[in-house]
Write a protein that binds this ligand. Structure first.
Ligand SMILES: CCCCCCCCCC(=O)SCCNC(=O)CCNC(=O)[C@H](O)C(C)(C)COP(=O)(O)OP(=O)(O)OC[C@H]1O[C@@H](n2cnc3c(N)ncnc32)[C@H](O)[C@@H]1OP(=O)(O)O
Length: 224
């Protein structure tokens, strides 16, 4: 599978890019929110649209052929910057800043605004699934049991309000290449959504990780 690339980025270069693209992408997130909520008049909308078309053309002058992928430097520092949940350079991502423990427990606090609405003032169910897919996958990776989502089951206990939320996930059990993870989203009142998922180290990764075919040992993590 493509999309995982190693490069020679130094910590200083990575820090520079974080400082450059982090605030840049944050403004685009602001733009998305402002686009949904603005009530300026028609002429102003048309004027802003023309400016944005110019901005898009400027950015298009030099860009990647495809998506960003996941990049690593020589020390294994991962940069999943195009990821739709945690991506530093992805304005669609809230983004989640996930705290990871090597036990496979992960948690984060985050804010979902107007861009993530489903029912009025509530988080879209698909957005909750997106976040929990990532959280459970992060738990598997943090515990050294990375995999791709094979199954994901959601239990929507209560509507999730837009606003300040938290999520956590953990490894429930493992069996060779399979990792079962659980997790939940909570608002100030408690749990709104619970999830359980099965993560499987895919065949192409198994062939890299276990050239001898012994999948009983712990696979290496590709987590940051
Ligand atoms: C650390 C970084 C943090 C990153 C977090 C990322 C979180 C986001 C995660 C994602 O969103 S991943 C994207 C969504 N998922 C996919 O696109 C996965 C698509 N499916 C696949 O790639 C493959 O079907 C899969 C990797 C799940 C399995 O392919 P394999 O070729 O490795 O399976 P194989 O046929 O060799 O079967 C291996 C075992 O898994 C079982 N299996 C395979 N697919 C299954 C499935 N879907 N459900 C249940 N069991 C499954 C299969 O029965 C068998 O069990 P046994 O060994 O016990 O016989």
């Amino acid at each position: 599978m493509g999309g995982f690339q190693q490069d020679e980025m130094t910590p200083e270069q990575i820090e520079h890019e974080v400082g450059l693209y982090g605030p840049f992408t944050e403004v685009v997130r602001e733009l998305v929110d402002a686009t949904i909520r603005t009530e300026v008049d028609d002429d102003e909308i048309r004027a802003v649209q023309a400016e944005l078309e110019d901005i898009v053309a400027r950015l298009r002058r030099s860009q990647l052929d495809g998506p960003y992928g996941v990049r690593f430097n020589a020390t294994g520092h991962g940069r999943p910057w195009g990821n739709s949940v945690v991506g530093l350079r992805n304005a669609i991502a809230p983004p989640l800043a996930i705290e990871r423990e090597s036990t496979g427990r992960v948690r984060c606090e985050f804010h979902l605004g107007a861009a993530y609405e489903g029912p009025p003032s509530l988080v879209h169910g698909g957005v909750s699934a997106l976040i929990l897919d990532q959280m459970l996958g992060e738990a598997a990776g943090a515990g050294g049991r990375p995999g791709m989502t094979a199954t994901l089951t959601l239990h929507y206990r209560r509507a999730t309000p837009l606003g300040d939320l938290r999520a956590e996930a953990w490894i429930e059990r493992t069996e060779g290449i399979k990792t079962w993870a659980h997790g939940r989203i909570e608002d100030a009142e408690g749990v709104t959504v619970e999830a359980e998922g099965l993560f499987i180290l895919p065949r192409w990764a198994r062939e890299l990780a276990f050239p001898t075919g012994d999948a009983a040992e712990t696979p290496p993590s590709y987590a940051e």
